[in-house]
Write a protein that binds this ligand. Structure first.
Ligand code: SF4
Ligand code: SF4
Length: 62
């Protein structure tokens, strides 16, 4: 299982992570990214981490 954390202080709302997530569990909530789908669907691929320009996302295995 993976835990996805988004630091809303760092998120600029660019949407790169929501576009790139292959599990389609990230969405923009206003101008901030959020986990909108089932967190259990996270593949741990860290695509979101790679594409985020501000380092707002961390993925940890738990
Ligand atoms: S690690 Fe991969 S599957 Fe999980 S939220 Fe990020 S992009 Fe989506
Ligand atoms: S890629 Fe980073 S800055 Fe862009 S919406 Fe996602 S968390 Fe926010």
């Amino acid at each position: 299982m993976f835990t996805v954390e988004i630091d809303v202080e760092k998120c600029e709302g660019c949407g790169e992570c929501t576009e790139g997530c292959p599990a389609d569990i990230l969405e923009l909530d206003g101008d901030k990214a959020a986990v909108s789908g089932d967190p259990n669907d996270c593949l741990g691929c860290e695509t979101c981490v790679s594409v985020c320009p501000t380092g707002a996302i961390t993925v940890t295995e738990s």
